[in-house]
Design a protein. Sequence first.
Length: 97
Amino acid sequence: HLEHLIDECQKDLMPLKEFILPGGGQLAALLHVARTICRRAERLCVTLSNEESVAKELIAFLNRLSDALFVFARWVASKQGEAEILWEREPATSPKS
């Protein structure tokens, strides 16, 4: 069911070729916050799995849930007419001598 929701939302979105910055209105921003919390939970489960038994399916689900929250945030921002802000790498500076 989660995969279907992701697929349906992605139909309305342009493919990403660059990183985007979180944002896009209050609901989209809250979905981005939820995504970061989900990623944190995933990392904690991976760390815990080094010492305790943690179902691999749980870690895989948290990973995919985080992906879904990212897609949902993009979709909501798109529906609200919010432009995605592309991340721009700062130009490399040469080392000072």
